[in-house]
Design a protein around this ligand. Sequence first.
Ligand code: ATP
Length: 379
Amino acid sequence: MKLELDGVSKRYGTATALDSVSLSVDEGEFFTLVGPSGCGKTTTLRCIAGFESPSDGDVRFDGESMTGVPPEARGVGVVFQNYALFPHMTVGENVAYGLRFADPPGDVSRDERVTELLELVDLTGFEDRDPDSLSGGQQQRVALARALAPGPDLLLLDEPMSALDARLRERLRRQVKRIQSELGVTTVYVTHDQSEALAVSDRVAVLNRGRVEQVGTPREVYHRPATRFVAEFVGENNVFDGVVRRSLTGRRASLVEVGESRPETEGFAVGIDERSSSAHQTKSGDVDGQTFVLDGIDAAGGDSLTFCIRPEDLRLDATENRVRGTIVDTEFQGSTTRIRLDWQGTELAVVVADDGAETFDVGSELEVGFDPSAAHVVE
Ligand code: ATP
């Protein structure tokens, strides 16, 4: 089923929970709404399910408006954060409860359908167990089986893993992903956990304050964040503001000069000139300025510009755009070490490969650089 939200807004009194949200989710897609607490994820899901009516805009299933269609008539399966299994019913009865508004799909009995679903969620033989006797992950799989029992066209998952510990979350999300792709059911998944969103989704929508900041594949939102918010919310990032000095089209070199408006604003002056990019490196170490070379920057002299560099793109062996800072702290993570570097009062996040040969001591100096093409400009 194809799902569309067309300019959906939701207001509670004077507060705006959703501000003209437009999204399109393809048939069979695993689509995730991700964003910080209060950004409107649950409200979006409730509008799709029919538990809330939009103040403005329309929700459409396969092109058909859902306005006025009650939740039970929408053919949607929902799994919430708290499993909400009925404690006085067995596991089998809980799953069968999913069939209260609908007959099982295909030519099977209710009991056969329950058996089928429990097999799907790896809980074969659990029919007669009490929900209380199950682990959190198992309970959540029962809730999933219940939601899938009537064969919904659309599956809505609202933070289904948030009550589980990290290891279990990872296992369950792999199971959910497998089941979803096996069934090919269009799925909208809500999480505040950006790493979870990147791990499971075909595409994600990043929400902020009731608005969509960006929709894209996990790789797109990670590598090409559209806005500063996305750059900082999805993974760690080093974000810099600047002003373009000069622009030169058709040339590789762009010049980012740091420090012009420091220290008040951490402003960066960005410029492009005709010298070779490496020539700019001579500016490195200026009193309170730093010159960076960026590739492929589409900007004219005088433009304000914000760009970001991922921590893993600040490399020890990069030959260009080098900066020297003081190590503030380090976190050993096995194959990598995460370093916070104080660079002229700005904190930089750096992730370096760690083969054990080098030590990174707090208080010592470290020089890192980045490739001119590693910089990404955001709105
Ligand atoms: P979380 O991750 O914390 O669950 P969320 O992204 O799901 O957050 P929503 O629950 O959709 O956010 O809430 C969006 C905004 O709308 C919040 O500011 C919230 O306080 C507000 N809101 C939600 N429901 C209501 C309501 N029934 N009455 C008033 N305000 C509401």
